[in-house]
Design a protein around this ligand. Structure first.
Ligand code: NAD
Length: 371
């Protein structure tokens, strides 16, 4: 495959993560041409230029449209705040570029639908940044479930918590604006939804209660502004398979740093995983003498692909940024026409439908079917 020309829009937390992945994917996997870091876009020229130097991009623009229009760019990484995803992704696809867009897909169902339509019309690859499905540990869980290691899944419990918005004195930012979406649903719930989709299949119905721990937050310029999004969501659901479940998300949870705690219960065993201990999973199988049964901790290693591409030693552990490197490799596989483990726009739209059904449930105080 010829070397891909990369455009990147946004260089915050996720922009840096994408840039590191594009720099690392060829040396890590050793089987693809090194992508060319062609053009970086930021909110202004000065920031764009300094970030291009830092992250290794040849050109820089304070106008993202220059990135999308650049004839040497084959793929655009979109890592800007949620409210920009739709416009940027549609422009990139219309210009004939592949797209790697951060989650959530969009802030409205109409935008997400238009994004899928643009992807289908372009014939280009359009994928979303659902990196947690790339972890060798969660991939192994998927294999264990498919192989019947815990029997038929009948119940799932997921909790996603972080504390970056736990401090009432934390300043008002874009994540508290209604323009960014509903809050914890778009910011957090979509990640567990990507994992559930891969591990146990999609949701069929939901009932949801959302909460705002703080009614207002201080403005950096002085004074305060009313918080427009919900930081907490409590969700009960039914999977399409019929299994029951719950998903609890909270981005104001003091002490929790990167928790995505999953418990999957089946007719013959259980599986546990927590992103805060991302290099291990726990398996219980109701087999053998009862006196010797218990959870086994499995540390990921070279037998859990693609761990071996990073380190030859088991149990030493991958990190969060490595998941983006794996996602970049999957994206390149997909562009080359090979099978790939990715959440593309069609599945992404299904996740968005689920999120909007959750918001409707909160408003109507009742169960909502998805679709
Ligand atoms: P951030 O605030 O750290 O970075 C956003 C960047 O976009 C900033 O550098 C900002 O200057 C730039 N930007 C804003 N408007 C722009 C414009 N018009 N043109 C060009 N650049 C512009 O935000 P973040 O935490 O990196 O989040 C970005 C996206 O990544 C969000 O959609 C978020 O949901 C997603 N995200 C995903 C994960 C994950 O695990 N996949 C983790 C964090 C964030």
């Amino acid at each position: 495959m010829k070397s891909l020309g990369i455009g990147l829009i946004g260089t915050g937390y996720m922009g840096k993560c994408h840039a590191l992945a594009w720099n690392a994917v060829a040396p890590t996997f050793g089987d693809v041409a090194r992508p060319r870091l062609v053009h970086l876009g930021e909110a202004n020229e000065a920031l764009a230029r300094s970030k291009a130097t830092e992250l290794g991009f040849a050109r820089a623009s304070g106008d993202w449209r220059r990135v999308v229009e650049d004839p040497e760019v084959d793929l655009v990484s979109i890592t800007t705040p949620n409210q920009f995803h739709a416009e940027m992704a549609i422009a990139a696809l219309t210009a004939g570029k592949h797209v790697w867009c951060e989650k959530p897909m969009a802030t409205s169902l109409a935008d997400a639908t238009a994004m899928l339509e643009a992807a289908e019309a372009s014939g280009k690859v359009a994928a979303l940044g659902y990196n947690y499905i790339q972890n060798p540990a969660t991939r192994h869980m998927r294999r264990l479930i498919a192989d019947g290691a815990i029997g038929t899944v009948n119940h799932v419990r997921v909790e996603m918590d972080e504390d970056f918005m736990a401090d009432a004195a934390a300043p008002f930012g874009w994540k508290s604006e209604a323009a960014s979406g509903y809050g914890a649903l778009d910011d957090f719930a979509v990640h567990p939804l990507s994992l559930l989709t891969i591990l146990v299949g999609p949701l069929a119905s939901v009932v949801v209660d959302m909460a705002k721990p703080y009614a207002e937050r201080p403005l950096a310029s002085g004074g305060s502004r009313a918080v427009e999004t919900h930081d907490i969501a409590n969700i009960l659901f039914r999977l399409q398979s019929g299994a029951s479940g719950s998903l609890l998300v909270n981005r104001s949870a003091w002490g929790r740093k990167g928790r995505i705690a999953i418990q999957i219960f089946g007719s013959e065993g259980s599986l546990l995983y927590d992103q805060e201990r991302m290099n291990e999973l726990q398996l219980f199988q109701a087999r053998g003498p009862a006196a010797e049964q218990g959870f086994r901790t499995i540390l990921t290693g070279t037998v859990h692909p693609p761990y071996d591409r990073f380190i030859p030693a088991p149990g030493h552990g991958l990190g969060f940024n490595d998941l983006k490197v794996i996602e970049a490799r999957e994206l390149m596989r997909r562009i080359a026409g090979e099978p790939a483990h990715l959440i593309e726009f069609a599945t992404g739209l299904r996740i968005e439908r689920t999120v909007h059904a959750m918001a409707r449930s909160h408003e109507t105080r009742g169960w909502v079917d998805i679709d």
